[in-house]
Ligand binder design. Structure first.
Ligand code: GLA
Ligand code: GLA
Length: 703
């Protein structure tokens, strides 16, 4: 019997931090501020320079536990009061943290049973940060006491406009294998499955004698000597994300009981790279507004990866405004090689987040630390001080944001696209398992390849969580949505029947939500819709001489990593491309791309992994059949993003047009409306065309 996962919780109504009394609502601009790292005399200098840069919002006290409660039940809010007053009276609003991201060392010493235990049974000691268990009743008690103290102290403070719960929950303590976690995992399984027999079935527990007879036999996936049970792993990831969410909600509720009138958020870590450890789309409903931290990915995909992530955050925020809580003015400190940004990136990247729906642009952090693990991480105010390129960039950005606020950007939202690219975090978790036909599948989300391919065609798509609002789009891309409930496959079928176009890739619709395979030929849950039947996978690789590491398609595209062995197609399915492979592998002539008319709509199926240029090449001739000719808005060199307002009485809606250069050379694009700002770009004499150098951006407005 198919297990049906619980529905998402109802969403809290959207609430956004209020502007300070006497200030007009504006795009928030600022960053994490850690005044406790600096002597008092630096604070006044900070305020002067924040004002110079146009900063109007900072996050405080994220890592301040040891200053706020230096010993058990000894409280010191005086320093925090002082800096909040300084900031607020200078027009800078405060996003106040719950201060629980890193417990003070005295707490860890008094109660080592709050410390996480890793997979191998080792204790995670203080010395870095986030050394706490989400499931520890003792940690919860201390953390909620901190929350209540802060709420009582700051509930009426006019300068505190939002609550910042924790910080990047799960960044360092996502997986905990302690006895507390084990007990909580048992309870979680009981709540989700009801009976122990349902757990056995979900996890395929007759495999390798893993059957259990009571919930207290359930174990978290501690170190084993072989392959972990994939069903248990998937549930452990779900549980770990949920355990942190429950903790975060407990913090929120403790504060809200005392201080109900300020909105709550926490900073997500949505990016296009490896899968997300926390299932953020299931966290969105618990927030009043969504915030994200994003750090650029160095290299040629920098802008595309950034906008893919921002687009996905907008989908998670269900198109309400969101806050870019952190990004960097230049290098980070946590990669092997911490590349700096290129000139123009600081302004360009911020404007790209704004284009995709952010209504606030914040950094980690205001002033670069003099000591500690992040002293080489860039900041708004670098070690070099005010007389520095980075600070000049920050001031330029502050100016740009002020101009955009005045032009009314806050009253607009990202314009909806005709194409939705689905993102399914649970499928990316499942694909990270090491027992798939190839481990290459987990490397990068296929959703990103399709997002880029669509940009190559001049189409800016909406990246939407699989549980989000995608059925109003014309085209839906289903990229590696490996886990598929029958409810989802029926929804996709109904969408196509009514005229929707669905694009499905290999490795979609393979297993149900417990990671049990849909039988009878792949892609089991999407057999009807795709009209193809696959009997085996064809992993590609060169680790043995004589194995193919690529397959050429009849249309010239080249498959890598993985291809489906399509053994038959249903009547009426058009084969658009086949493999042209060495005869001895049995792939010659096997369908690679097909088109299946389904009800009023259709389903295109792509049976292999391709790079974004090849996906674009396959989709280009299909645009008319997909009804997407009019969705092409720019050349592939230019990213065009539109934010649109409500239509006025005259029926006209204000639009902001953002144009970004996606290439490493100068490009031109038509200018629409009145130019508002240009960075590394210029407008020609008659105002009809813009020239963008490689990190260039132009924003114009049509009233
Ligand atoms: C070994 C084991 C089997 C199975 C196969 C898989 O031979 O005995 O149980 O795991 O490997 O290749
Ligand atoms: C995260 C954290 C910050 C800081 C930055 C550095 O986003 O929230 O405290 O460590 O990373 O990039």
């Amino acid at each position: 019997m198919e297990f049906i996962a619980p529905e998402l919780k109802p969403r809290r109504p959207f609430r956004w931090p209020a502007a300070l009394r006497g200030s007009k609502p504006a795009i928030f601009f600022g960053g994490d501020y850690n005044p406790e790292q600096w002597p008092r005399k630096v604070w006044d200098e900070d305020i002067r320079l924040m004002k110079k840069a146009g900063v109007n919002f900072v996050s405080l006290a994220i890592f301040s536990w040891a200053r706020l409660e230096p010993q058990e039940d000894v409280w010191d809010f005086a320093w925090l009061d002082e800096i909040i007053t300084k900031l607020g009276s200078n027009g800078i609003a405060v996003d106040l943290a719950s201060a629980t991201a890193s417990p003070a060392i005295w707490l860890a010493q008094k109660h080592p049973e709050i410390l996480p235990i890793d997979e191998d049974g080792r204790t995670v000691w203080p010395g870095a940060r986030q050394h706490w268990r989400a499931t520890s009743p003792i940690y919860r008690e201390y953390a909620l006491k901190m929350c209540r103290k802060l709420a009582e102290h700051y509930k009426d403070n006019p300068y505190v406009v939002a609550w910042h719960l924790g910080n990047e929950y799960g960044c360092h303590n996502l997986y905990d294998y302690s006895d507390d976690a084990n007990k909580a995992f048992q309870a979680w399984c009981k709540e989700r499955y009801g009976t122990i027999e349902a757990v056995n079935e979900a996890w395929g527990a007759d495999f390798w004698s893993q059957r259990v007879t009571s919930f207290d036999q359930i174990l978290v996936p501690r170190h084993v000597n072989g392959f972990q049970n994939p069903g248990r792993m998937l549930d452990f990831r779900r549980f770990s994300s949920e355990a942190l969410l429950r903790f975060c909600e407990a913090e929120r509720d403790a504060i809200e009981e005392i201080c109900p009138d300020k909105p709550f958020t926490t900073n997500f870590m949505v990016s296009g790279g490896a899968g997300q450890g926390v299932d953020y789309d299931s966290w969105g409903p618990s927030m009043d507004f969504v915030s994200n931290d994003h750090y650029f990915m160095p290299g040629e995909a920098h802008l595309d990866e950034l906008t893919y992530s921002a687009d996905l955050v907008d989908g998670m925020a269900r198109r309400s405004p969101w806050l870019l809580m952190e990004h960097s003015t230049s290098a980070v400190n946590w990669r092997n090689i911490n590349y700096r940004v290129k000139p123009g990136d600081t302004v360009r990247d911020s404007l790209a987040h704004l284009a995709f729906g952010a209504n606030g642009i914040l950094y980690f952090q205001w002033r670069q630390s003099q000591a500690g693990a992040e002293k080489f991480h860039s900041a708004m105010l670098p070690h070099a001080g005010e007389n520095s390129q980075i600070f000049r960039n920050v001031c330029e950005l502050g100016e740009d944001l002020r101009a955009l606020s005045e032009a009314g950007l806050l009253d607009t939202r990202l314009k909806r696209s005709d194409v939705a690219v689905l993102f399914d975090n649970e499928s990316s978790w499942a694909l990270q398992c090491d027992t798939f036909p190839t481990r290459k599948l987990a490397e990068f989300p296929e959703a990103f390849t399709f997002y880029r391919a669509l940009l190559d065609l001049g189409i800016t798509s909406d990246v939407i969580p699989v549980n989000g609002d995608w059925d109003g789009h014309r085209v839906v891309v289903v990229p590696n949505v490996y886990l598929m409930s029958s409810k989802l496959s029926q929804k996709l079928e109904a969408f196509a029947r009514k005229g929707g176009m669905v694009i499905v890739t290999y490795m979609s619709g393979i297993a149900d939500q417990t990671d049990r395979i849909w039988l009878g030929g792949y892609p089991g849950a999407l057999r009807e819709l795709t009209g193809v039947r696959v009997e085996e996978g064809f992993p590609l690789g060169s680790d043995f001489a004589g194995t193919p590491d690529r397959l050429t398609l009849s249309n010239g595209a080249v498959a890598h990593d993985y291809a489906d062995v399509v053994t038959s197609v249903d009547e009426g399915v058009e084969v658009l491309a086949t493999y042209q492979a060495p005869a001895d592998w049995g792939m010659n002539g096997v369908p690679a791309v097909t088109f299946h008319t389904f009800g009023e709509g259709a389903c295109v199926y792509l049976g292999c992994r391709l790079n974004h240029e090849n996906v674009a090449g396959i989709l280009r001739p299909l645009l008319p059949r997909l009804g997407l000719e009019s969705a092409v808005e720019s050349s592939s060199d230019v990213l065009r993003v539109v934010r649109v307002g409500e239509a006025g009485e005259d029926g006209v809606a204000r639009q902001f047009i953002f144009l970004f250069n996606r290439t490493d050379h100068e490009v031109q694009a038509p200018l629409e409306g009145t130019p508002l700002l240009a960075s590394l770009a210029s407008v020609d004499e008659n105002g009809s065309q813009v020239t963008l150098s490689s990190q260039g951006v132009v924003v114009s407005v049509i009233e």
